[in-house]
Design a binder for this molecule. Structure first.
Ligand code: G
Ligand code: G
Ligand code: MN
Length: 393
């Protein structure tokens, strides 16, 4: 427990000992805490940290903690306002510390108990298995062998409760490792530029899938993620346009979801490609809006018609003032710019109700459906429609 006020330390000690905590060390400043931690090595499990302290404050302590070989989990305790506590949590997360929560002072039983519970859960959860190490050659081989498939996640219109489009999400059916998710290979695909040939294959796959669904009476639109790392080839829009034409697909049924390019040097080419895609009739959607990858600057520069609010501001927004305000402001912004707004990551009824009330146009999230194999979509649509018939406007 790091706090400069002896009264708070004493109170915390009594509460924790009442909850069965056996060993409790106190420090009155960040620097004292550090020397204790250095002396007792790995054995400290949790650090309860005040934010405002003379000498070294909690924020500086976080930096030093993150440099330790075995940093303990951390929870913040502060008289400071909510915003500062949240900022401290984000900061500690960014430094890869295990953040268990934040409580305001003086602490109570009720507030500290969930933190201890979380500590227990983390301690018993087995460390996630060895992360898959995928190599460039394997990735290249997998692309050639057409091992990449798409799953499709429904996006439904809130007004009509009908299917608006589906987002295509890549999966790798690996001959040895089984199904692999994009977080294990997209970065490698981007850094090796294999993302370009891979995505072009996926685009074609999804276009053909639209046709297949049509033969069973399902007419929908598809949204595809275009990584900024592949938006360097100025021929791309023409190729995609020819592909759509060859399959007799109206480009307005194709949505390209894009995030901001990191490298400003590519900005002109990026803008050129996106503008051309738009001119060919494809729909452009800004993905992950509100995160570092998509900014207000894009809104002015890019010709797009849909804004996807990142799930960081949607999931749990019904319970969180800050998220809700960001969501509300984003909806207002989208409306004033005449854009469709998609709320991403709706998992619970309260958040569904909230985005409905705020006037979002489209919802995507586990509450509606997880991403599905192509063959499962028609049945899902039938079931969804029969469930929502009565509620349609
Ligand atoms: O469901 P999920 O785990 O599929 O996707 C994780 C992330 O991978 C998302 O941010 C999504 O945008 C990204 N992603 C999924 N499929 C593709 C794809 O085909 N191309 C690119 N560039 N990104 C994708
Ligand atoms: O970055 P992008 O918007 O493309 O991300 C889509 C990702 O979000 C996919 O990985 C998809 O599986 C995931 N996703 C979609 N809906 C939900 C949801 O309700 N909860 C969570 N946790 N993830 C979701
Ligand atoms: Mn997306």
């Amino acid at each position: 427990m790091v706090d400069d006020e002896p009264f708070i330390r004493g109170l915390t000690r009594r509460i924790l000992s009442g909850l069965g905590v056996e060993s409790f060390l106190e420090a009155s400043s960040g620097s004292e805490a550090l020397s204790i931690l250095k002396a007792c090595g790995k054995s400290t499990e949790l650090i309860l940290c005040d934010l405002m302290m003379p000498d070294m404050d909690g924020i500086e302590l976080v930096r030093h903690l993150s440099e330790l070989p075995h940093p303990p989990a951390i929870a913040f305790l502060s008289g400071a306002d909510d915003m500062v506590l949240k900022a401290a949590c984000s900061l500690a997360n960014a430094r890869l510390l295990n953040v268990l929560g934040a409580v305001s002072k003086p602490i109570s039983h009720e507030e500290i108990l969930p933190i201890l519970k979380r500590l227990e859960q983390r301690a018993v959860r087995p460390s996630s298995g060895p992360t898959l190490k995928i190599g460039k050659d394997d990735l290249e081989r997998g692309i050639k062998a057409d091992e990449f498939v798409l799953h499709y996640q429904p996006k439904v219109s809130l007004k009509s409760l009908s299917l608006s489009s589906v987002e295509a999400l890549v999966r790798w059916e690996h001959p040895e490792h089984g199904m692999i998710f994009p977080d294990s290979f997209i970065e490698l695909a981007e850094s090796t530029l294999l993302i370009a040939p891979m995505t072009e294959k996926l685009v074609e796959l999804s276009f053909r899938q639209l046709q297949k669904w049509e033969t069973v009476g399902l007419l929908t639109r598809v949204a595809l993620n275009l990584s900024p790392a592949m938006l360097f080839d100025t021929e791309l829009p023409d190729r995609l346009s020819r592909l759509a034409a060859s399959l007799a697909l109206d480009p307005s049924r194709i949505i390209f979801e894009i995030t901001e390019t990191g490298a400003p040097s590519d900005e002109a080419v990026f803008l050129e490609i996106v503008t051309r895609l738009h001119m060919h009739g494809f729909v452009i959607s800004i993905d992950d809006f509100g995160t570092g990858r998509s900014s207000l600057l894009n809104l002015e520069a890019l010709p797009f018609s849909e804004l996807k609010i990142d799930r960081a501001f949607v999931d749990g927004a019904a319970q969180d003032n800050t998220k809700r305000n960001i969501l509300k402001a984003s909806v207002g912004l989208a409306k004033s710019l005449n854009l469709k707004i998609v709320a991403e990551g709706v998992e619970h009824l309260e958040d569904w109700d909230l985005v409905t009330e705020l006037g979002c146009d489209i919802v995507q999230g586990y509450f509606v459906s997880r991403p599905l194999p192509a063959a499962d979509l028609p049945l899902w649509v039938t079931q969804w429609q029969s469930q929502h018939k009565g509620r349609k406007e």
